[in-house]
Design a protein around this ligand. Structure first.
Ligand code: 76R
Length: 288
């Protein structure tokens, strides 16, 4: 199970992003008494998911033609995500929401340094690599890391309630001398350390959620960024382009950018007469 080239990770929420097109013309053509129950039913489900201790849901109005509404779902397992997907699909509102894109991933905390340290400790402890005792010791150390309160809090953190959201998938390149997967562990670990340093200089200004999607979806990672000012995305992502891990190895998919809003504001989004807001209650619940 433990491959010497693979950095261990701690894994948390199963995540599903869904980007929909909203058929505003058809919605607008409905008269108010027909819109009301459709809206009420959707708000009820969304509010329930957003309040669930074992799940979370966030809504964002997307900018541009790549979709109008993004749902971000967190659940405890793929099975639970499947249930949530179907519950959303059974909403009457789905007659007006056309699926356009989606992304499946699992929240991860990368453990490059930790894994290297564990390797060294185990070697010093005289354990034979890949022996049963070696694997057991590895499991124990990872269990410890998982239970560390700071890590546990991040693995199961709620979706950050900050006004602006940006999502994009990415790969690490596999081309000639720029092949991430043919690069020595120690060198990758050094680049990730450097990456973390650049990232940390944005601490507080941005909340990033990295999720792994190798084996699940078309790209290798999903990157979610949340901030109170969209300019932070531009500055951070630009700075990261100079980081070796991105400059040499980063390959990016499409970017989705938009404004998060509260479930209670769904009616405002559907009516399209004002900008749906992220309400003070949601900001307070997220400790902001
Ligand atoms: O989790 C941590 O805070 C520890 C350090 C850290 C890891 C392990 C970290 C910190 N990241 C890690 C892993 Mn990151 N990150 C990205 C992108 O646009 C680009 O060029 C890349 C997209 C951004 C903007 C970003 C921001 N990070 C990863 C991984 C997994 C790679 C692997 O395992 O090989 C990817 C794909 C990735 C991509 N990163 C940070 C940030 C920020 C802002 C931080 C600091 C967080 C903070 O301390 O507040």
């Amino acid at each position: 199970m433990r491959h010497p080239n693979v950095p261990e990770s701690l894994d948390g929420w199963a995540i599903l992003h869904r980007m929909f097109r909203f058929d505003r013309r058809r919605w607008d053509a409905l008269d108010a008494p027909r819109r009301a129950p459709v809206e009420r039913e959707a708000i009820e489900l969304f509010a329930q998911l957003a309040a669930d201790a074992d799940a979370d849901l966030a809504l964002a109005q997307l900018l541009g033609h790549k979709g109008d509404l993004m749902l971000t779902h967190y659940a405890q397992s793929f099975d639970a995500l499947g249930e949530v997907q179907v519950r959303v699909d059974k909403l009457a509102l789905r007659d007006y929401l056309e699926p356009h894109e989606s992304y499946v991933s699992i929240l991860e905390l990368g453990l490059y340094e930790h894994t290297a340290k564990i390797h060294a400790e185990l070697r010093e402890g005289g354990l034979k690599p890949h022996s049963e005792a070696w694997n057991d010791a590895f499991d124990a150390l990872l269990r410890e890391a998982r239970e560390e309160p700071r890590n546990a809090a991040r693995l199961w953190a709620r979706i950050p309630r900050r006004r602006y959201a940006c999502f994009y998938p990415m790969n690490k390149k596999r081309e000639g001398s720029d092949n991430w997967y043919a690069t020595a562990y120690a060198e990758r670990a050094k680049m990730m350390l450097e990456h973390g340093k650049i990232g940390r200089s944005y601490h507080g200004h941005v909340t990033q959620v990295i999720s792994g999607s190798i084996g699940f979806d078309d790209w290798e990672w999903g990157v979610d960024l949340y901030a109170d000012d969209p300019l932070v995305f531009k500055k951070l992502v630009y700075a990261m382009r100079f980081d070796e891990a991105s400059a040499r190895f980063g390959e990016f998919g499409r970017f989705w950018t938009g404004m998060q809003f509260s479930v209670a504001q769904l009616g405002v989004f559907l009516a399209g007469e004002a900008s749906p807001a992220l309400l003070a209650g949601d900001l307070a619940a997220a400790g902001r």
